[in-house]
Design a protein around this ligand. Structure first.
Ligand code: ADE
Length: 226
């Protein structure tokens, strides 16, 4: 059994899910004037939706709750608040996922209160219905059991953080690791294969952070500087 339920998402998945999501918006009567991407997870789906719906106007807002793979901070925040006038405009607010939904709910309220939009509707690729505080207006996929979606735009970030988490535990018992040992333990813990190139990059990140020390063709785990 994997230690964290994880699903690897490919670029092809993202394109086909975004196409499907755009289709649902087109079928409804909603005709957004502006797409707002929630940074950072909403960037790629928002851009694809602009393409599929032939929308020119694309803005962004950074509302953050999940700062590390599968670890939510206590509170969502708007990172760089700014004011614009969207009165009379219909907004489509796009993100990758509604998990707890806190960052999106905050962004929606912010846009109503500070940008004076006429209407704001929310569109996401995934909606994790058992944990979400609200149901998005449009979603491509309802997810009934919580899972961490390993999207392609966080491949390195997730891989190094998940590898670090594994080493924090397993490094108590085993200090010396070969590259293959690291790959195999990662596969055992998470049951996803991010590919050798990403895995190498992730190991390099942990080397730069001083958590892995290369020594005689192996890596020594070191959390003392943490
Ligand atoms: N961001 C917040 N929740 C997430 C999840 N379950 N998978 C991927 N990214 C997320």
């Amino acid at each position: 059994m994997a230690k964290l339920k994880t699903r690897l998402v490919t670029w092809d998945d993202v394109v086909s899910w975004s196409r499907g999501l755009a289709g649902k918006i087109r079928e409804s009567s909603y005709r957004p004037d502006v797409v707002v991407a929630v940074a950072r997870g909403g960037f790629v789906p928002a851009r694809l939706i602009c393409d599929f719906l032939l929308i020119d106007n694309l803005l962004s807002i950074q509302s953050q709750h999940w700062t590390e793979a599968a670890k939510a901070e206590d509170r969502a925040v708007i990172k760089f608040p700014y004011k614009i006038d969207l009165s009379g405009r219909k907004v489509l607010l796009v993100d990758d996922i509604v998990d707890t939904g806190e960052s999106l709910a905050l962004a929606r309220n912010y846009i109503y209160n500070n940008w004076s939009a006429e209407e704001v509707r929310i569109a996401v690729l995934q909606w994790i219905s058992p944990v979400a505080k609200f149901k998005p207006d449009y979603y491509f996929m309802e997810v009934k059991e919580w899972v961490w979606f390993q999207y392609p735009w966080t491949r390195l970030e997730d891989t190094y953080q998940l590898l670090k988490r594994l080493l924090k535990e397993e490094g108590k018992y085993k200090k010396e690791w070969s590259f293959e040992d690291l790959v195999n333990k990662f596969l055992e813990w998470y049951e996803i294969d991010v590919g050798k190139e990403y895995f190498k990059e992730a190991v390099d990140v942990l080397v730069r952070k001083g958590i892995l020390k290369p020594e005689g063709g192996k890596y020594i785990v070191n959390f003392t500087g943490e």
